[in-house]
Design a protein around this ligand. Structure first.
Ligand SMILES: Nc1ncnc2c1ncn2[C@@H]1O[C@H](COP(=O)(O)OP(=O)(O)OP(=O)(O)O)[C@@H](O)[C@H]1O
Length: 310
């Protein structure tokens, strides 16, 4: 945000503990209404409700080579609207590369990624964000000197019609959009449980808050698909439990989630279906119980020879 915006232009950021204290004072009925309002602000686009289960994104025969290394080898799978799909596999299996292909960081050597029946083709990263794919990173990437709220507002900016130039020219539409982005930003922070630190610099947030902020920032772009890359890395069991609750809440609010995660308890506990990669190839796909008992998956994780498994 530009520094010359006057105080009157700025939507109010609740003072320390403001929104949290307010929520704590609410009656159960007020709380339910407030939570519904927050949920609505977080996911204004609820088209998903009419299309749960349809294919949202399809990886079609996707191969990606880095020189002689085949990082993805004819990978096929679909992500259905409204599901939490787990993407698992041993180190180096190709999981992050899948995210990178879906978000336009890399183009497939062959095959294609199709979002809502449209091949992503040569679209650039920001175009893919606008089409509705957002992600978080294994290594947290926040703007440390910006406040928590500003980090989310910057995320929402990816959807805005006015650009930074608009902001400099201070056109009225920019003001309206900024106000709306701030209001929605606060709703997002509340949704992920970090609204009490809205005004703090991101670099001063506790680690768990930074991870949640990354998720809020990705949600700010109003994605159709939210890709989470090891969101529980570095979490203790209690934090993992809370994160599972948050991922379920995100899905409950109408989002589709693709989750890369090494913690099997978390993956088994929160996903609807799981795709397993090993050495760039899909070796299994199914509901968590099937994956848990799949000999090829067990072999991949234990590093033992895979005798006769599909
Ligand atoms: N930019 C790149 N250049 C060359 N090789 C790469 C590049 N990115 C990834 N790779 C290789 O592709 C393979 C798949 O890597 P990827 O990061 O997708 O695995 P992963 O399943 O996400 O692993 P991890 O669980 O360790 O994060 C690895 O062998 C990796 O070394």
């Amino acid at each position: 945000m530009s520094e010359d915006v006057t105080a009157a232009d700025q939507p109010e950021v609740p003072a320390e503990g403001g929104i949290v204290a307010e929520v704590a004072r609410m009656s159960p009925a007020e709380l339910a209404a407030h939570e519904a309002e927050v949920a609505e602000a977080v996911a204004p686009d609820r088209e998903i409700e009419v299309a749960v289960g349809d294919t949202l994104l399809a990886m079609q025969d996707v191969t990606l080579q880095f020189g002689g290394l085949v990082a993805l080898d004819s990978v096929n799978f679909e992500i259905r609207r409204g599901e939490i799909l787990g993407l698992i596999g041993p180190n180096g299996a190709g999981k992050t590369t899948c995210f990178n292909v879906m978000t336009g960081v890399y183009r497939p050597t062959s095959g294609q990624v199709v979002l809502e029946d449209r091949p992503l083709g040569k679209r650039k990263r920001h175009e893919i964000t606008q089409l509705g794919i957002a992600r978080t990173f294994q290594n947290i990437r926040l703007f440390g000197e910006m406040t928590t709220l500003e980090n989310v507002v910057v995320g929402a900016d990816a959807r805005h019609k006015t650009s930074v130039l608009g902001a400099l020219a201070r056109v009225p539409r920019h003001h309206r959009e900024e106000r709306e982005a701030v209001e929605r930003g606060m709703a997002l922070l509340e949704f992920v449980g970090i609204a009490d630190r809205a005004a703090d610099k991101a670099k001063n947030l506790p680690y768990g808050y930074q991870r949640r902020l990354e998720i809020a920032r990705a949600l700010a772009t109003e994605p159709k698909l939210l890709c989470l890359d090891e969101p529980a890395a570095g979490f203790n069991p209690a934090e993992k439990e809370e994160l599972m609750g948050l991922i379920r809440k995100i899905r409950g609010d109408g989002y589709t989630v693709l989750l890369i995660e090494h913690d099997m308890r978390l993956v088994m506990g929160v996903t609807d279906r799981i795709v397993v990669l090993e050495f760039g190839k899909k070796i299994a796909e199914g509901v968590p119980a099937e994956i848990r008992d799949n000999p090829a998956v067990i072999a991949a994780y234990l590093g033992v020879p895979d005798d006769g498994a599909a």
